[in-house]
Structure formats: C-alpha cells, structure tokens
Design a protein around this ligand. Sequence first.
Ligand code: FMN
Length: 403
Amino acid sequence: MTEDEIIAKFPARLRGFDLYRKMGSPKNIVAPMVDQSELAWRMLSRNYGADLCYTPMFHAKLFANEQKYRDEHWQTNETERPVIVQFCANDPDVLLKAASMVAGQADAVDLNLGCPQHIARRGHYGSFLMDEWDLVSRLIRKLHENLEIPVTAKIRVFPEIEKTVEYAKMVEAAGAQIITVHGRLREQKGHKTGLADWAKIKAVKDAVSVPVFANGNILYQEDIQRCIDATNVEGVMSAETNLYNPALFSGKVLPTWQMAEEYLDICNEVPTNISYIRGHLFKLFRYSLPIHTDLRQKLVDVRDLDGYRQFVRDMKAQLIADAEGSDFDPEAVVVDEFGYRKYPHWICQPALRFEHDKEHSKSKRLLNEAQADVPANDTECATGNCDDADSEAKRQKTSPDSV
Ligand SMILES: Cc1cc2nc3c(=O)[nH]c(=O)nc-3n(C[C@H](O)[C@H](O)[C@H](O)COP(=O)(O)O)c2cc1C
C-alpha cells in the first residue's frame, strides 16, 4: 500500500509528532521491563513524574492464542494513559492478531527489536532481528497497514553509526511513528553492558522525521536534560534506575520504605503477581538488605501481600532507626569527584555498575557521550535484573520458538 492509501484507510490514526503531542509530549518515560513494568509499578511511577509508560514485552504468539497468558500478563485501567504495549514477534500475522487485541486500550503498539538474550536468539526475536531487515520491515508494515493504532519500535544500535542510521530510517520507512533508541550494541549485556552511546542516538534523531526517545545512561534526574541536550530527542526512557528509584523523574530524594509502602498500597487495589512484587522489593532495598540480613531471609520466605506489608513495616522500623543516627541532609547531598551522589542505604538511588572502577565511573558521569568500550562489573544479571527476558521465559516455561 502507498502512504496515501494507508492514510485514507486510517484517517484518524495519529502519526509521528501528532501522536507524541496527543500523548502529552512525554519527556519522562518508563521503559518496557519484563516482570517489572506492570500496572502497579506504572501507577507508582506516574505518581512521581512518569509521563508515558511501556508495558513489559509480551510474546505475540502466546498473547494472540492464549487467554490465560493475556489474563496473567496484560493489565490496565482507566487511569492508565498514555501507555504503549510492547510485543516481541517474528510473524507479521501473529503480531497483528496480538496487537489488535489491545488496540482499544493503548496509544500505540511497540515492537521489541532490542532484547539481546539467548531466549531471543532461540526464539528469533528482539535484537536478533537486526540481521533481518526485511522481516523487521514486514512486521512493522503489517501493523502500519492494518492496525487501528500507531506502531512504534525500540531498537539497539550497530557498531557503525551509518548502519545504525540506515536501520532507523528503514524502521521509519516501514511505518514506525516513534523510535526508541537504546544506545547499546546487541553485545552489550550482562557483564558487558557498559555505556550507551548518545552520539548514535543523536545521529538517528538527526536522520529521521518521527519523534525519538533516548534510552541508556540515566542515573539521576539531571541526566534527563543532559541527554536531551546531547541528543535533541523528544523523550528519555529509563529502565534500571526507575526500578531502584521510582521517584527518579520527580527529582525527589525519598526513603526506600516510603516507595515500598506506596507501591504495596497500589498492589492492594490492583492485583499484582507476587513474583513481580518480590522483584521490586529486592531492588528497592538493595542497599539495606546486606545490612539487615535477618530481613533478607524474611523477604525470601514471604509468599503473599500481607507478608510483604509486614516485611516493609519491619524494614521501615530498622531504617528509621538507622536514619536517626545519621546526619544525612537531603538538601545537601554530597556529590563525589566522579559525579556520583552519596546517599545512605535507606534513600532511593541508582544501582551503580561502575562502583569497582572509578576511572570508568568518571567516563560515565562526566563524559556521558563517550563510546562504551569498557566492560562493566554488572552484578545485576546475576539476580536476573538485566536486559533479560530469560527469567520471564523460564518462569512461564515458554518454549523458545513460541514467540
Ligand atoms: C528488569 C528489566 C526488564 C527488561 N525488559 C525489557 C522488555 O520487556 N522489553 C524491552 O524492550 N527492553 C527490556 N529491558 C531493557 C530496558 O527497556 C532498557 O532498554 C535497558 O535496560 C537500558 O535502559 P537503562 O540503562 O535505563 O536500564 C529490560 C530491562 C530490565 C532492567
């Protein structure tokens, strides 16, 4: 179909910047995160400045064919806009079938072209489609020509800036109305995560006509404006830092227990998978659990919402006691020579990958646009908290080719 025919078919469907503006010109964006950007978490994040949230990635084939999978994974409510639903897929017809099922409840459907995990290689989706431009184009075009709502895409970058730009232009030409660029290579995962390359994001932004969201290297609220200044993008997406500090976008310096309490209050209203809750509490209390080891075991043992509430009450009592003996002043946070802020363990803060190596920290904080050639000491993957759909697939006992 020609673009004119597509416009005639969907005269009211929004394109590019009109879609962006209709969503309120979002600047602060919560990333798609398997098991972690669920409805309750999205609601908490919106209470602290998130303008737009992506759902976790859903497997298009399971979503299209299994009511049980949909019921377990897809949740939304009337407060929940704007929201973009993300799928991974390798079959255009299956993708369209899945996407059509959420069309009335989402602002757009996003195609995951970034997942770098083994499960994605075996399942033939995510970043492993970066080698199959024709298939990527057909997936996006299928939605562009047939879905009532716009299609968007989230990509990774290639080693070569020119190839990255060509790839993004192909994605745009296929019909993507917003492109999110995660400025890391497919190989940058786990221990090799390293830095995102903002220069490549800027090159994409300069080359395409649709809005671009940047993803990578956001640790503190001020990084969002730094990223916009460096790349000229419309919005900035955060994954990991949002998990450790859901108040990231607000710039507020808040105690972890407060975020945990508010999250559990939302979970009280919005039924939430217990394993998601556990994952969030482990991250929120990341720096306190090694200190209060008795509570760590409690968190491992808890199996229901009441148990988590009791756990948070116990943790809060400990943390308030710790805070009473401290002279920490949230109005006068010390910033070290590398740009890292010194927070006590009961304050929400990013999980730093570079703690072991201040030289690399320096490049991350002070020269954020630097090329990521330095492997990071990524402890996150060990706990399943990386760019990771593996844990999700294992949990669901999903066969790798079932996407
Ligand atoms: C727990 C977790 C789950 C993730 N799941 C997804 C996903 O479902 N879809 C996706 O496109 N990216 C996923 N990612 C990748 C993030 O969206 C993001 O691209 C990546 O973490 C880089 O952003 P960051 O530097 O802000 O963490 C996930 C990341 C994390 C930490």
